[in-house]
Design a protein around this ligand. Structure first.
Ligand SMILES: Cc1cc2nc3c(=O)[nH]c(=O)nc-3n(C[C@H](O)[C@H](O)[C@H](O)COP(=O)(O)OP(=O)(O)OC[C@H]3O[C@@H](n4cnc5c(N)ncnc54)[C@H](O)[C@@H]3O)c2cc1C
Length: 504
């Protein structure tokens, strides 16, 4: 069967590319190995509860956010409800307990009141992160890429040139003396990376600037609503979405991508089918494309030389929770609470505390009952814990030890939460642990990452793996490519990928 476009994977990057291309009249085939769309953007059911797999919040949706135009064009706002979360986060560390608003003016006020000696630095911090975000999106992307390649670029965007190689840790060290303030500002670093000293200031500023400009939002009913809706656009425009089938190979002819071989996950080689398309989009992880999906050695070498061997981002440990009673009835007043109560005292130790024993590791508790989330019936609630995590701590364990370790993880984090909200432990009716190996199983992402290649200064911005691959007619749309991970990164990559193909 011949298509205009074949997409490998129904994560947000693949779905957005497919939805846009379908709306533009292209005949799309999307093949997904799981039996639902979404990749990390999914929910699952437990009795009368809907458990959100990933989404805490989407950033932005203000007028400086390029997703706004995409969502309007795809009819997302007409079909889904976005609930603004009440604040950015609450930060807890012995001696510091602060709630940071998702609005930069209020955040500046609260931070300057708590850290008056650092007021000048606080103003500079927000000036820089907001300027990055504004500069990056103020020109259309086509022009932006053109500008980047011009010798005039340093004169047009001097701030960006200077800071493109900067990391967040050094940036905070130049602005502030107070280590508590640095940690407060770094509370949600886990949304992007584990170490401030290897985190790109550029990527951090754009994402963090988006939260502080437009706020954070949850999709009522869970992220599956968005994934299902994007898949429905493809199907409503004469496209086809096939679930439970794995793409095993990208077919290359005369050096050009022309199709894919795919089969049911349990099928034998002889049951494999071929589909042909003018363009192939991989939402599947880039290392897998360079690994098992490209069998043609010339194409493989060409791609591997262009991509190199970038560092892969860390993974995430999640504990999903169902409550008999909303935590707010036990006194919890926050949507996201970030625990720095393990003993760290400065940002130099943060990377270590994103990896250390779970009794001390930094973690986030999300209480979806603080908004009308649509996840639980009246009187009940859903929540989750997340912490940075690493597949090497899990994938060597025996089956029994793996199960035991999951149970230990849940008990440790529940115990830490119970200290903050006494009695919450007794209100838990369900919990389930998702490890890096769980993420790998459902997305096939190496190392169970949800973030693709890490946003290190040398792997971000202009140095990010390009959407258009050096193999003719092979494109990428995912967290692994431009601009990066998160709902925003994956959605933008999908839309930009569609635009690049349509321009041809
Ligand atoms: C626990 C957790 C919490 C998160 N919280 C947030 C948050 O609050 N805010 C936010 O913005 N982001 C969050 N993220 C990150 C965000 O969800 C991801 O960065 C983003 O969704 C990745 O999208 P993607 O397009 O790269 O595809 P992925 O989600 O990685 O999906 C790839 C898809 O391709 C399919 N696939 C792969 N290979 C093949 C193949 N060979 N054949 C067929 N199908 C294939 C997979 O099955 C999968 O469905 C979170 C992620 C997790 C896991």
């Amino acid at each position: 069967m011949n298509y205009d476009i074949i997409i490998i994977g129904a994560g947000l990057g693949g779905l957005t590319a497919g939805a846009k291309l379908s709306k533009e009249g292209k005949k799309v085939l999307l093949i997904e190995q799981h039996n639902i769309p979404g990749g990390c953007a999914t929910t699952f059911k437990h009795k009368d509860l809907k458990i959100e797999v990933g989404l805490h919040m989407i950033d932005g949706l203000d007028k400086g956010d390029p997703k706004l135009k995409i969502f309007e064009e795809l009819g997302v706002f007409d079909n889904l409800e976005f609930k603004r979360v009440p604040e950015f986060y609450r930060f807890i560390k012995p001696g510091v307990d602060m709630t940071i608003p998702d609005n930069y003016e209020q955040a500046i006020k609260i931070l300057a009141e708590r850290f008056p000696a650092e007021k000048k630095g606080i103003l500079k911090f927000f000036k820089v992160i907001l300027a990055f975000r504004k500069e990056v999106f103020k020109v259309p992307r086509q022009k932006w890429r053109y500008l980047l390649s011009m010798p005039l670029f340093p004169f047009l965007f001097p701030n960006l040139m200077i800071r493109e190689n900067a990391n967040v840790g050094q940036f905070l060290d130049t602005l502030f003396k107070d280590e508590d303030l640095k940690l407060v500002l770094l509370a949600n670093l886990g949304y992007y990376h584990n170490d401030p000293y290897t985190m790109s200031l550029l990527y951090y500023s754009i994402a963090q600037g988006s939260f502080f400009s437009g706020g954070g939002y949850f999709i009522k009913g869970g992220s599956q609503m968005l994934s299902d809706y994007l898949a429905s656009i493809i199907e409503d425009h004469d496209g086809k979405v096939i679930y439970g089938h794995l793409v095993n190979e990208i077919i290359i002819e005369n050096g050009t991508a022309i199709g894919v071989k795919y089969s049911k996950k349990s099928a034998t080689e002889s049951e494999q089918q071929n589909a042909y398309g003018k363009y192939i989009i991989a939402n599947a992880a880039l290392p897998n494309v360079m690994g098992e999906l490209l069998k043609d050695t010339h194409a493989k070498t060409k791609l591997s030389m262009a991509v190199g061997n970038p560092e892969i981002a860390p993974s995430i440990l999640s504990v999903y929770l169902g409550f008999k009673k909303p935590p707010k009835e036990l006194g919890n007043g926050n949507y996201s609470t970030i625990f720095f109560d393990g003993g760290l005292s400065n940002q130099r130790e943060l990377a270590e505390y994103q990896r250390t024993d779970l009794s001390k590791r930094v973690f986030i508790f999300v209480d979806y009952s603080q908004i009308d989330s649509g996840l639980a019936p009246e009187g009940k609630a859903v929540g989750s814990f997340s912490a940075m995590d690493y597949i090497s701590d899990w994938d060597t364990l025996s089956k029994d030890r793996y199960k035991e370790r999951k149970e230990e993880a849940a008990q440790i984090l529940i115990g830490r939460l119970d200290k903050l909200i006494p009695g919450i432990k007794d209100e838990i009716e369900y919990y389930e642990v998702g490890t890096p190996t769980t993420i790998r199983r459902y997305t096939l992402n190496p190392e169970g990452t949800a973030y693709g290649y890490a946003q290190l200064p040398g792997q971000t911005g202009r140095k990010r793996v390009k959407i258009k691959s050096p193999v003719p007619n092979l494109y990428f749309a995912s967290a692994w490519t431009e601009p990066g991970h998160g709902f925003t990164g994956a959605i933008l990559s999908g839309y930009w990928c569609a635009e690049e193909i349509l321009r041809k």
